[in-house]
Ligand binder design. Structure first.
Ligand SMILES: Cc1cc2nc3c(=O)[nH]c(=O)nc-3n(C[C@H](O)[C@H](O)[C@H](O)COP(=O)(O)O)c2cc1C
Length: 204
């Protein structure tokens, strides 16, 4: 096994280092976050740092890069308090990836990448029509991370839209069935294969 020191990592070219460190923590969920500005401009961007924070209350977090690098999603969320998280499937992975481009705030990214937006009930933020697993969130808290000027954005689940055939009798969602994608680094996307479901572990 190769041993790599922190000094060596610091000396690497920045894109090589970013790729390596980003891959090190493993495969991640990859989703599209839909939001809308106070002026009514819909916004869509791809995010892979989505994390489960707890089930009761049902809380989901994601990490937003520093404002200078990724402004629109977090500013819309701050302004309206509403946003959606939408799973990505293989048939629209190219369009999903394209949302990572730096579009100006006045551009509607749903239209720019040709993904249909859908508004459900009275929820302000747009969903991705083609996504088979999508949920709306209400902003709870934005926690600044001072080490690198990023933000942990915490939302509570407001409503879920899902094909009921994916949900098992015990509440488990078979995401591999609808081909919700995972990602690695900032440019690689994966389908998944189930290896096992194993009963609750007890000390022996
Ligand atoms: C696969 C992938 C994953 C990404 N994950 C994140 C992420 O977790 N957090 C983040 O701030 N940006 C992430 N980005 C970059 C954003 O998609 C990009 O900065 C986008 O332009 C932000 O859009 P906005 O300014 O409309 O919010 C990711 C990009 C790609 C391609």
């Amino acid at each position: 096994m190769q041993k790599i020191s922190l000094e060596e990592i610091k000396s690497w070219e920045r894109f090589y280092r970013a790729n390596f460190i980003n891959c090190l923590t493993g495969f991640k969920p990859v989703c599209l976050i839909g939001s809308i500005s106070n002026d009514g401009i819909a916004n869509l961007a791809v995010f892979s740092s989505v994390i489960h924070l707890g089930s009761n209350p049902a809380l989901v977090g994601y990490i937003n890069r520093p404002i200078a690098a990724a402004r629109d999603t977090i500013e819309n969320i701050r302004a309206t308090g509403a946003y959606t998280i939408n799973h990505i499937h293989p048939e629209f992975v190219d369009q999903a990836h394209q949302t990572s481009a730096k579009y100006p705030a006045e551009i509607n990214e749903f239209e720019a990448v040709s993904l249909e937006a859908v508004y459900e009930n009275d929820f302000a933020a747009p969903y991705v029509a083609a996504s088979k697993v999508r949920y709306g969130l209400q902003l709870e808290e934005i926690v600044p991370i001072k080490q690198n000027d990023t933000f942990l954005v915490i939302g509570s689940i407001h409503q879920v839209h899902i094909d009921s055939s994916l949900v098992q009798p015990d509440g488990f969602i078979s995401l591999e069935q609808c081909k919700s994608l995972a990602s690695l680094g900032n440019d690689a996307y994966y389908e998944t294969t189930s290896v096992a479901r194993i009963a609750y572990a007890k000390a022996k």
